[in-house]
Ligand binder design. Structure first.
Ligand code: SF4
Ligand code: SF4
Ligand code: SF4
Length: 261
Protein backbone atom coordinates (compact mmCIF):
# COMPACT_ATOMS: atom_id res chain seq x y z
CA UNK A 1 0.00 0.00 0.00
CA UNK A 2 1.62 3.31 -1.04
CA UNK A 3 2.67 5.56 1.80
CA UNK A 4 1.58 3.03 4.45
CA UNK A 5 3.25 3.36 7.83
CA UNK A 6 2.56 1.57 11.09
CA UNK A 7 2.56 4.99 12.79
CA UNK A 8 -0.79 5.84 11.20
CA UNK A 9 -2.81 3.02 12.81
CA UNK A 10 -0.88 3.69 16.00
CA UNK A 11 -2.07 7.32 15.97
CA UNK A 12 -5.63 6.16 15.35
CA UNK A 13 -5.60 3.63 18.22
CA UNK A 14 -4.00 6.23 20.49
CA UNK A 15 -6.96 8.54 19.75
CA UNK A 16 -9.67 5.89 20.19
CA UNK A 17 -8.26 4.53 23.47
CA UNK A 18 -7.67 8.00 24.89
CA UNK A 19 -11.20 9.17 24.01
CA UNK A 20 -12.57 6.29 26.10
CA UNK A 21 -10.09 6.92 28.93
CA UNK A 22 -10.90 10.64 28.98
CA UNK A 23 -14.60 9.92 28.96
CA UNK A 24 -14.19 7.60 31.95
CA UNK A 25 -12.05 10.10 33.87
CA UNK A 26 -14.49 12.97 33.29
CA UNK A 27 -17.53 10.86 34.06
CA UNK A 28 -16.06 9.45 37.27
CA UNK A 29 -14.87 12.88 38.42
CA UNK A 30 -11.23 11.72 38.42
CA UNK A 31 -10.09 14.13 35.72
CA UNK A 32 -7.10 16.33 36.60
CA UNK A 33 -6.08 19.34 34.52
CA UNK A 34 -2.43 18.29 34.82
CA UNK A 35 -3.25 15.15 32.83
CA UNK A 36 -4.67 17.43 30.13
CA UNK A 37 -1.35 19.23 29.77
CA UNK A 38 0.50 15.92 29.38
CA UNK A 39 -1.95 14.58 26.78
CA UNK A 40 -1.79 17.83 24.81
CA UNK A 41 2.00 17.67 24.73
CA UNK A 42 2.00 13.99 23.70
CA UNK A 43 -0.63 14.58 20.99
CA UNK A 44 1.33 17.53 19.60
CA UNK A 45 4.53 15.47 19.61
CA UNK A 46 2.74 12.62 17.83
CA UNK A 47 1.70 15.12 15.16
CA UNK A 48 5.37 15.82 14.46
CA UNK A 49 6.18 12.08 14.39
CA UNK A 50 3.22 10.94 12.26
CA UNK A 51 3.10 14.22 10.30
CA UNK A 52 0.46 13.26 7.73
CA UNK A 53 -2.35 12.83 7.06
CA UNK A 54 -3.77 14.23 10.30
CA UNK A 55 -7.55 14.16 10.71
CA UNK A 56 -8.46 17.32 8.75
CA UNK A 57 -6.18 16.26 5.92
CA UNK A 58 -7.42 12.70 6.02
CA UNK A 59 -10.92 14.05 5.47
CA UNK A 60 -9.69 16.22 2.62
CA UNK A 61 -7.82 13.38 0.91
CA UNK A 62 -10.94 11.26 1.32
CA UNK A 63 -12.99 13.91 -0.48
CA UNK A 64 -10.30 13.98 -3.18
CA UNK A 65 -10.21 10.14 -3.23
CA UNK A 66 -6.44 10.40 -3.04
CA UNK A 67 -5.40 6.88 -1.99
CA UNK A 68 -1.72 7.74 -2.41
CA UNK A 69 -1.89 10.50 0.21
CA UNK A 70 -4.18 8.52 2.52
CA UNK A 71 -1.78 5.58 2.67
CA UNK A 72 -4.75 3.25 3.18
CA UNK A 73 -7.80 2.38 1.12
CA UNK A 74 -10.71 4.82 0.82
CA UNK A 75 -12.89 2.43 2.84
CA UNK A 76 -10.45 2.15 5.75
CA UNK A 77 -9.87 5.91 5.85
CA UNK A 78 -13.64 6.52 5.83
CA UNK A 79 -14.22 3.96 8.60
CA UNK A 80 -11.50 5.60 10.74
CA UNK A 81 -13.11 9.04 10.41
CA UNK A 82 -16.56 7.56 11.00
CA UNK A 83 -15.40 5.90 14.23
CA UNK A 84 -14.04 9.22 15.53
CA UNK A 85 -17.33 10.87 14.56
CA UNK A 86 -19.38 8.22 16.40
CA UNK A 87 -17.17 8.54 19.49
CA UNK A 88 -17.70 12.30 19.36
CA UNK A 89 -21.44 11.74 19.11
CA UNK A 90 -21.13 9.55 22.21
CA UNK A 91 -18.79 11.60 24.34
CA UNK A 92 -18.34 15.11 22.93
CA UNK A 93 -15.18 16.54 21.44
CA UNK A 94 -12.44 14.79 23.39
CA UNK A 95 -10.77 14.02 20.07
CA UNK A 96 -10.64 17.70 19.12
CA UNK A 97 -9.95 18.82 22.67
CA UNK A 98 -6.91 16.67 23.34
CA UNK A 99 -5.99 14.14 20.66
CA UNK A 100 -5.94 15.77 17.24
CA UNK A 101 -2.43 17.29 17.00
CA UNK A 102 -3.77 20.28 15.06
CA UNK A 103 -6.19 21.05 17.89
CA UNK A 104 -3.69 20.19 20.62
CA UNK A 105 -1.07 22.64 19.39
CA UNK A 106 -3.70 25.43 19.17
CA UNK A 107 -4.91 24.53 22.67
CA UNK A 108 -1.36 24.88 23.99
CA UNK A 109 -1.06 28.26 22.25
CA UNK A 110 -4.37 29.37 23.78
CA UNK A 111 -2.93 28.80 27.24
CA UNK A 112 -0.29 31.50 26.81
CA UNK A 113 -1.35 34.13 29.35
CA UNK A 114 -2.19 37.13 27.15
CA UNK A 115 -5.52 39.04 26.90
CA UNK A 116 -8.20 36.98 25.10
CA UNK A 117 -10.85 37.86 22.56
CA UNK A 118 -14.11 35.94 23.10
CA UNK A 119 -16.74 36.15 20.39
CA UNK A 120 -20.18 35.82 21.96
CA UNK A 121 -22.13 35.88 18.68
CA UNK A 122 -22.05 32.34 17.34
CA UNK A 123 -24.04 32.94 14.15
CA UNK A 124 -21.40 34.95 12.19
CA UNK A 125 -18.79 32.30 12.94
CA UNK A 126 -21.18 29.53 11.87
CA UNK A 127 -21.91 31.36 8.60
CA UNK A 128 -18.20 31.84 7.83
CA UNK A 129 -17.35 28.22 8.53
CA UNK A 130 -20.34 27.07 6.49
CA UNK A 131 -19.03 29.11 3.54
CA UNK A 132 -15.54 27.69 4.06
CA UNK A 133 -16.99 24.18 4.12
CA UNK A 134 -18.83 24.70 0.82
CA UNK A 135 -15.68 26.20 -0.72
CA UNK A 136 -13.68 23.22 0.56
CA UNK A 137 -16.07 20.76 -1.09
CA UNK A 138 -16.21 22.80 -4.29
CA UNK A 139 -12.42 22.85 -4.54
CA UNK A 140 -12.16 19.11 -3.79
CA UNK A 141 -14.98 17.83 -5.99
CA UNK A 142 -15.02 20.32 -8.86
CA UNK A 143 -11.46 21.65 -9.05
CA UNK A 144 -9.70 18.60 -7.53
CA UNK A 145 -7.65 20.96 -5.40
CA UNK A 146 -6.94 21.21 -1.69
CA UNK A 147 -8.10 24.14 0.39
CA UNK A 148 -6.24 22.92 3.48
CA UNK A 149 -2.89 23.04 1.70
CA UNK A 150 -3.08 26.83 1.97
CA UNK A 151 -3.04 26.46 5.76
CA UNK A 152 0.12 24.36 5.87
CA UNK A 153 -0.83 21.81 8.55
CA UNK A 154 1.16 19.01 6.94
CA UNK A 155 4.15 21.24 6.20
CA UNK A 156 4.14 22.56 9.76
CA UNK A 157 4.12 19.09 11.32
CA UNK A 158 6.66 17.84 8.76
CA UNK A 159 8.84 20.84 9.74
CA UNK A 160 9.01 22.12 6.17
CA UNK A 161 9.23 25.87 5.67
CA UNK A 162 6.59 26.90 3.10
CA UNK A 163 4.09 29.73 2.74
CA UNK A 164 1.47 27.32 4.14
CA UNK A 165 3.48 26.47 7.26
CA UNK A 166 4.04 30.20 7.86
CA UNK A 167 0.26 30.70 7.60
CA UNK A 168 -0.21 27.98 10.21
CA UNK A 169 2.35 29.58 12.52
CA UNK A 170 0.46 32.87 12.18
CA UNK A 171 -2.69 30.97 13.06
CA UNK A 172 -0.98 29.66 16.19
CA UNK A 173 -0.08 33.22 17.16
CA UNK A 174 -3.74 34.19 16.65
CA UNK A 175 -4.72 31.18 18.82
CA UNK A 176 -3.08 32.87 21.79
CA UNK A 177 -5.75 35.57 21.62
CA UNK A 178 -8.65 34.01 19.72
CA UNK A 179 -9.37 30.41 20.71
CA UNK A 180 -8.61 27.74 18.06
CA UNK A 181 -9.14 29.74 14.85
CA UNK A 182 -8.36 26.79 12.57
CA UNK A 183 -10.78 24.45 14.40
CA UNK A 184 -13.60 26.99 14.62
CA UNK A 185 -13.38 28.61 11.20
CA UNK A 186 -11.54 26.39 8.75
CA UNK A 187 -11.54 22.69 9.65
CA UNK A 188 -14.16 20.88 7.53
CA UNK A 189 -13.95 17.67 9.55
CA UNK A 190 -14.33 19.75 12.70
CA UNK A 191 -17.63 21.07 11.33
CA UNK A 192 -18.92 17.50 11.13
CA UNK A 193 -17.61 16.74 14.61
CA UNK A 194 -19.34 19.83 15.97
CA UNK A 195 -22.62 18.51 14.56
CA UNK A 196 -22.00 15.20 16.35
CA UNK A 197 -21.10 16.99 19.59
CA UNK A 198 -24.20 19.19 19.47
CA UNK A 199 -26.31 16.11 20.17
CA UNK A 200 -23.72 14.04 22.04
CA UNK A 201 -25.06 11.56 24.55
CA UNK A 202 -22.70 12.82 27.26
CA UNK A 203 -21.80 16.46 27.90
CA UNK A 204 -20.97 18.93 30.66
CA UNK A 205 -24.19 19.84 32.48
CA UNK A 206 -25.10 22.13 35.34
CA UNK A 207 -26.79 20.37 38.25
CA UNK A 208 -29.14 21.48 41.03
CA UNK A 209 -26.10 22.44 43.12
CA UNK A 210 -25.36 25.34 40.74
CA UNK A 211 -25.63 28.77 42.40
CA UNK A 212 -25.66 30.60 39.04
CA UNK A 213 -22.53 32.61 39.80
CA UNK A 214 -21.71 32.62 36.04
CA UNK A 215 -18.01 31.97 36.66
CA UNK A 216 -18.16 29.16 34.11
CA UNK A 217 -19.73 31.44 31.46
CA UNK A 218 -16.99 34.01 31.89
CA UNK A 219 -14.20 31.45 31.65
CA UNK A 220 -15.45 29.68 28.51
CA UNK A 221 -13.53 30.67 25.37
CA UNK A 222 -16.34 29.54 23.04
CA UNK A 223 -19.42 30.69 24.95
CA UNK A 224 -20.72 27.16 25.45
CA UNK A 225 -21.02 27.06 29.25
CA UNK A 226 -24.48 28.59 29.56
CA UNK A 227 -27.39 26.30 30.43
CA UNK A 228 -28.68 24.41 27.43
CA UNK A 229 -25.86 25.50 25.11
CA UNK A 230 -25.55 22.69 22.58
CA UNK A 231 -21.82 22.15 23.33
CA UNK A 232 -21.12 21.86 19.60
CA UNK A 233 -17.94 23.87 20.13
CA UNK A 234 -17.16 22.62 23.64
CA UNK A 235 -13.62 21.20 23.55
CA UNK A 236 -13.87 19.90 27.12
CA UNK A 237 -10.97 22.17 27.98
CA UNK A 238 -11.91 22.21 31.67
CA UNK A 239 -11.71 25.97 32.14
CA UNK A 240 -15.32 26.07 33.40
CA UNK A 241 -14.96 23.13 35.80
CA UNK A 242 -11.69 24.63 37.00
CA UNK A 243 -13.35 27.88 38.14
CA UNK A 244 -16.66 26.48 39.43
CA UNK A 245 -16.79 27.23 43.16
CA UNK A 246 -19.35 24.53 44.02
CA UNK A 247 -18.36 20.86 44.02
CA UNK A 248 -20.71 18.88 41.78
CA UNK A 249 -22.40 21.92 40.23
CA UNK A 250 -20.96 21.19 36.80
CA UNK A 251 -20.77 17.55 35.83
CA UNK A 252 -19.90 15.55 32.75
CA UNK A 253 -22.87 13.23 32.47
CA UNK A 254 -25.63 11.86 30.29
CA UNK A 255 -27.37 14.74 28.55
CA UNK A 256 -30.84 15.21 30.01
CA UNK A 257 -32.22 18.03 27.90
CA UNK A 258 -33.36 19.99 30.96
CA UNK A 259 -30.12 21.35 32.33
CA UNK A 260 -30.50 23.60 35.37
CA UNK A 261 -30.70 27.25 34.28
S1 SF4 B 1 -11.62 20.83 14.58
FE1 SF4 B 1 -10.31 19.77 13.08
S2 SF4 B 1 -8.25 20.53 13.46
FE2 SF4 B 1 -9.47 21.09 15.20
S3 SF4 B 1 -9.11 19.46 16.63
FE3 SF4 B 1 -10.98 18.91 15.51
S4 SF4 B 1 -10.31 17.65 13.78
FE4 SF4 B 1 -8.48 18.66 14.63
S1 SF4 C 1 -14.96 26.20 29.24
FE1 SF4 C 1 -16.26 24.42 29.64
S2 SF4 C 1 -18.01 24.66 28.25
FE2 SF4 C 1 -16.38 26.02 27.52
S3 SF4 C 1 -15.25 24.80 26.03
FE3 SF4 C 1 -14.18 24.54 27.96
S4 SF4 C 1 -15.11 22.69 28.86
FE4 SF4 C 1 -16.50 23.38 27.22
S1 SF4 D 1 -21.92 25.65 37.23
FE1 SF4 D 1 -20.55 26.41 38.84
S2 SF4 D 1 -19.47 28.15 37.90
FE2 SF4 D 1 -21.24 27.71 36.62
S3 SF4 D 1 -22.83 29.09 37.34
FE3 SF4 D 1 -23.10 27.13 38.43
S4 SF4 D 1 -21.93 27.35 40.32
FE4 SF4 D 1 -21.26 29.00 38.97
Amino acid sequence: MPGFSLLKPLGFFYAVVLILVLMYLWYSGKWKQKAGWIILLVSTALGFVIASPLAPHQFQELMLRNVQALGVSITIAAIGLLIIFLLTFLSGRFFCGYLCPVGAVQELASRVPVPKLVLRQKVPLMVVRGVVFVLFLYMAWVLSSSLLDYFGISDFFARILTTGSIVFVVMLLVSMVFYRPFCRVICPYGLLLSLGASTSLFALQRTDACIDCKCCDKSCPVDEAKPNDRKAECYLCGRCTGVCPVAGALQYKRRTGNEKS
